[in-house]
Design a protein around this ligand. Structure first.
Ligand SMILES: NC(=O)c1ccc[n+]([C@@H]2O[C@H](COP(=O)([O-])OP(=O)(O)OC[C@H]3O[C@@H](n4cnc5c(N)ncnc54)[C@H](OP(=O)(O)O)[C@@H]3O)[C@@H](O)[C@H]2O)c1
Length: 335
């Protein structure tokens, strides 16, 4: 099968940072399904791993997490899917990824692809949707029916923010304040349902004062957490709840003490990495969001289609994502 992989961690300008390769189709067993990949999307995790996580023993490392495709074979213990089903998933950090024509994935972290979306439109969503859902409802446990609460979403026009804002808008009564720094990302965020947009290049407390916005009950930080930490402490309401997903070099919770702010880290791969008792939650979340999409409640966050899945296009996609200026998601389709 065709695949794209690397052996050495190289900067994306290097032609060997991602290469077209041929591998054997993997053998299915247990609760795994074998999926013929139709479309994928690229996440910051892809370039972080490509640049920093070595391949083992001169083997090709195949990365990539978001995928949509068709079930080709099922293991002997599979009960949720059958051959021919259209699926979507964000995969498992510890296993070979979706930059390949065929991939094995545990059925418990797979959902039914929304039938109203194309493969490419659907591929934009799984990883960011799971992250956003787990952040809002598992970690922060936001109050869905309270009309008097608000959330600040820092870095809201990127992959995760674009779906998180929609989920918050459609499934809760929160007032949503998103941050963006450019005209393009500001208008995208308003279209997705943000009630107000402030600029993360300015001090958040100044922006709150300038627009007379009341202090947020919840803050989610999707980008630049280290840079914004001091301002988050300033703006968040006493007894508020805070969550982040990016990779600050260090993070000090002590400044939150006087406000009794609870702090939560979200890592979308925890459930699959540790095979937690509630691993099936990811199957349920993906199915629930699939239904929301087919009912027209939530829409795709596809920003740009970078063409067929090959090393050249993936290098372009990584290079663009590394600029930190993504609006929604980058997808690639077909081999
Ligand atoms: N823990 C997890 O499970 C998990 C899951 C998904 C992602 N992540 C991590 O979360 C981060 C965000 O992911 P993503 O897919 O949303 O990224 P992304 O799509 O690359 O985010 C791009 C957006 O971030 C904004 N941005 C750039 N620099 C910023 C800053 N200093 N402060 C605030 N906003 C900034 C940009 O807005 P403007 O262009 O308007 O400036 C842009 O719209 C990444 O570090 C990723 O690795 C973690």
């Amino acid at each position: 099968m065709k695949a794209i992989g690397y052996k050495k961690n190289l900067p994306i300008e290097n032609i060997k940072s991602l290469q077209d390769i041929e591998l054997n189709v993997p053998q299915v067993k247990g609760r795994d399904i074998l999926v013929e990949i139709k479309a994928i999307s690229v996440n910051p995790a892809d370039y972080k791993v490509r640049a920093g996580m070595p391949a083992e023993d001169d083997q090709w490392k195949v990365i990539g997490w978001d995928a949509t495709g068709i079930v080709k074979e099922v293991g002997e213990d599979v009960s949720l899917f059958k051959v021919g089903d259209e699926v979507w998933y964000a995969g498992d950090f510890t296993r070979p990824g979706s930059y390949a024509q065929f991939q094995l994935v545990d059925e418990q972290i797979v959902g039914r692809k929304p039938s109203s979306l194309s493969y490419a439109e659907a591929a934009a969503l799984p990883l960011t949707t799971l992250t956003a859902w787990e952040m809002l409802f598992d970690r922060l446990q936001v109050e869905k029916d309270n009309p008097n609460k608000s959330i600040l979403v820092i870095g809201a026009a990127g992959g995760v923010g674009s779906i998180l804002v929609q989920l918050a808008k459609k499934l809760t009564r929160l007032k949503i304040i998103g941050t963006a720094s450019r005209e393009e990302t500001t208008s995208w965020l308003k279209e997705l349902g943000a009630d107000a947009v402030i600029n993360h290049r300015n001090k958040l407390s100044d922006e709150y004062a300038k627009y007379g916005i009341s202090a947020p009950d919840y803050v989610v930080s999707l980008n630049g957490t280290e840079q914004h930490a001091e301002e988050i402490v300033k703006v968040i309401k006493p007894q508020g709840r805070f969550s982040f997903i990016d990779d600050p070099k260090s993070f000090d919770v002590m400044p939150f003490k006087v406000k009794s702010v609870s702090t939560h880290i979200e890592f979308m791969f925890t459930r699959s990495m540790f095979q937690t008792e509630d691993i099936m939650e990811q199957h349920h979340i993906l199915n629930e969001v699939s239904t929301l999409i087919d009912k027209g409640v939530v829409k795709t966050t596809l920003g740009e289609n970078f063409g067929v899945i090959n090393a050249e296009n993936l290098r372009k996609a990584h290079a663009f994502l590394e600029t930190g200026k993504a609006k929604g998601k980058i997808v690639l389709e077909g081999f």
